[in-house]
Design a protein around this ligand. Structure first.
Ligand code: FMN
Length: 161
C-alpha cells in the first residue's frame, strides 16, 4: 500500500505556499506544500512544518504565522524559500518584505496572504501541524497562475524533510 500511496501523492499538484514567522527578534520562512483549510466555521487552516527546518524552530516560539500564495511570475521566491535554509542564509535580505500584523514578515511580491494565530500544535511525525485562526490578510481580485508542486518538484530543499 505504501508504494501506491507514494505514487499517488507524487501525482498531486497542490498549491505551494511560503510560510513566514517571527519570534525572539528573528524572522524565518520556508516553502510549504503541506497546508490546507481544514474548517469553514470556525475558519481554520493547518500548516505542516518539518522538524528539521529553521522555520520550525522559530515557529515553536511564535504566536502567529503568515501564509503567502505565489504567482508563477514570482517563482524565484519559491526557490529562495524552498532551497535555502535560514540556518545559513538570511532570506529576508534577498527579497522585498514589510512588517505586517504581529511583526510578521509579509512578502511584497506575494499574490495574497493571511496572518493566523497559532491555536495548537500537533506532532504528526516528521512534521508538526500548526493550526491557525486567520486574523488578517489581503486577497487579490484575480489570480494569475499559482505556483504549484509541479513548478517546484525539482528543487533541492534547504533541509531534508
Ligand atoms: C516542493 C517542496 C515542498 C516542501 N514542503 C514543505 C512543507 O510542507 N513543510 C516544510 O516544513 N518544508 C517543506 N519544504 C522544505 C523547505 O521549504 C526547505 O527545506 C527550506 O529550505 C527550509 O528552510 P528553513 O530551514 O529556513 O526553514 C518543501 C520543499 C519543497 C521543494
Amino acid at each position: 500500500m505504501t508504494e501506491a500511496f507514494e505514487k499517488l501523492v507524487s501525482l498531486f499538484d497542490y498549491p505551494m505556499f511560503v510560510v513566514t514567522t517571527r519570534a525572539g527578534g528573528e524572522s524565518a520562512g520556508c516553502l510549504v506544500g503541506f497546508a490546507s483549510q481544514v474548517s469553514i466555521q470556525p475558519q481554520r487552516f493547518l500548516v505542516g512544518l518539518s522538524k528539521r527546518n529553521h522555520t520550525y524552530r522559530i515557529a515553536e516560539g511564535a504566536s502567529h504565522l503568515a501564509v503567502h500564495l505565489l504567482e508563477r511570475q514570482h517563482c524565484e521566491l519559491a526557490r529562495l524559500f524552498g532551497s535555502e535554509t535560514g540556518d545559513r542564509t538570511d532570506k529576508f535580505a534577498r527579497c522585498n518584505w514589510h512588517p505586517g500584523p504581529h511583526e510578521l514578515p509579509i512578502l511584497d511580491d506575494a499574490a495574497g496572504w493571511f496572518a493566523g494565530a497559532v491555536l495548537s500544535r500537533y506532532d504528526l511525525g516528521d512534521h508538526v501541524g500548526f493550526l491557525l485562526e486567520p486574523l488578517a490578510g489581503s486577497a487579490p481580485e484575480t489570480l494569475e497562475q499559482l505556483v504549484t508542486f509541479s513548478d517546484v518538484r525539482d528543487l533541492e530543499p534547504g533541509h531534508e524533510a
